[in-house]
Design a protein around this ligand. Structure first.
Ligand code: 5CA
Ligand code: ZN
Length: 409
């Protein structure tokens, strides 16, 4: 699949410092130490509805991770998937009388437009589940052949007991895992499973549903977790720096993915850090396609909202916080954008050297975007009240806000 066009990242004087980030697995802040090429996998959308603000907030967090790395003069190798075949997509296509492939293509195209408008850096590899199937099948066969997976009425399940480290990503107790498994695509109540938590790796072909050649597995389609594992191992390999997604992916998705990969390769860890963004709500409930309480990025754009204001709204919330979308969050961001644009449009201003370091420091400290915005606010206020004589300053601020926060002034 193709991704979307990259917006330019302006070069800044000096160099940023290494990223410290909260890791769900160790439940603490760790300093990442990527090589010259930092590696990140971010779980992509299931394209049965348009990009909403919750998605955008999560992708904003991982865009910041990359901007911090780029500012340390590293390259970034970024991989993202598209879950372009899965139960919710097929159910929605049937409900609306659409062809599921057309629905997936249409919503993925819209997602690309939204990401471009929001200046999110594109992945180098943007891979659909369907195109990953030839790589998934041998992994499932290998898990089955080594006894880490078993068949149940033609479907193939991963045995969580094959991984001594199972549970170490999300740190949940058995009861919490069981509840979340039922809520998030698992089938803990299906009779015949070795462990209720065991997730499906390969689903045998169902009447009326799409299916693919699965070699010795028979026709069918892949489970959700093995999809991301196959794509990540193919393009990044074990031990990549960051596995990212919203906090609803910690369990079961990232837990199962780590187990699949660790059992497959005998290596540890799958990812150095498991990083999870908070959940955006609307009217007191998680914004979600299944509930339908959504604010779409594309709708806001059609209504004439500046994408930079949408991005500033996301940045105004710490990525780990759960927050609620309200009408005034966008007004506040639009006003801030107006103040910043006025401040950088003057020919000179107060020195920006300290500001660039403040933004760098804020972001390197567990992506504290609100602190970065506060620093720019202070510079803009000083520009407004006292001005300054540094002729390069407005340009430096403009470039720093673009390079580090993805906002074009
Ligand atoms: N295709 C899978 C990942 S492999 C999936 O979860 N797709 S999704 O479309 O449901 O979500 C895409 C990303 O947006 C995930 O990281 C998810 O955690 C995040 N996300 C979904 N809803 C919200 C929300 N309300 N707030 C914050 N992030 C969200
Ligand atoms: Zn995923």
């Amino acid at each position: 699949m193709h991704a979307w066009p990259a917006s330019e990242v302006p070069a800044l004087p000096g160099k940023g410092r290494d990223l410290q980030i909260h890791d769900t697995a160790t439940q603490g802040t760790i300093t990442l130490d990527p090589g010259p090429v930092a590696r990140i996998y971010v779980c992509g959308i299931t394209p049965y509805d348009a990009t909403h603000i919750g998605h955008a907030a999560t992708y904003n967090a991982f865009d910041l991770v990359q901007r911090v790395w780029l500012d340390t003069k590293r390259q970034v190798h970024y991989v993202q998937n598209v879950t372009d075949v899965d139960d919710p997509l097929l159910e929605r296509a049937i409900r609306d009388g659409h062809d599921w492939t057309e629905l997936a293509e249409r919503e993925t195209a819209l997602f690309r437009e939204d990401m471009t408008a929001l200046r999110m850096l594109p992945p180098q590899h943007y891979i659909g589940a369907v195109e990953a199937i030839p790589g998934i099948v041998p992994l499932v066969e290998r898990l089955r052949d080594t006894g880490a997976a078993y068949e149940l009425d033609g479907d193939v399940y991963f045995s969580v007991e094959s991984d001594a480290r199972f549970g170490a990503v999300s740190n949940l107790d058995a009861e919490a895992m069981r509840l979340l498994s039922a809520e998030r695509g698992g089938d803990p109540d299906r009779p015949g499973k070795k462990n209720p938590l065991d997730p499906m790796l390969w689903m045998a072909a169902r009447e009326g549903e799409p299916s693919w050649d699965g070699g010795t597995l028979g026709r069918g389609r892949p489970g959700w977790h093995i999809e991301c594992v196959a794509i990540a191992l193919d393009h990044l390999g074990m031990g990549f720096d960051v596995q990212g997604g919203g906090s609803d992916l910690a369990f079961p998705h990232h837990e199962m993915g780590a187990s699949h990969a660790q059992v497959l390769t005998g290596e540890f860890p799958f990812a150095q850090a498991y990083v999870h963004a908070g959940i955006v709500a609307l009217n007191g409930e998680k914004m979600s396609k299944s509930k339908g309480n959504l604010v779409f990025v594309s709708k806001l754009r059609r209504d004439g909202v500046d994408p930079a204001a949408i991005r500033l709204t996301l940045l105004a919330h710490h990525y780990r916080a759960d927050w609620e979308w309200k009408d005034d969050v966008l007004d506040t961001a639009a006003q801030r954008l107006g103040r910043w644009r006025a401040a950088v449009s003057r020919p000179d201003g107060p020195s920006a050297d300290a500001l660039v370091e403040d933004i760098r420091e804020a972001l390197a400290n567990d992506l504290d975007a609100p602190a970065a915005l506060a620093a720019v606010d202070r510079w803009a206020a000083l520009q407004q009240s006292e001005g300054g004589t540094d002729e390069g300053a407005p340009g430096v601020v403009s470039r720093a806000v673009d390079a580090l926060l993805g906002v074009a002034l």
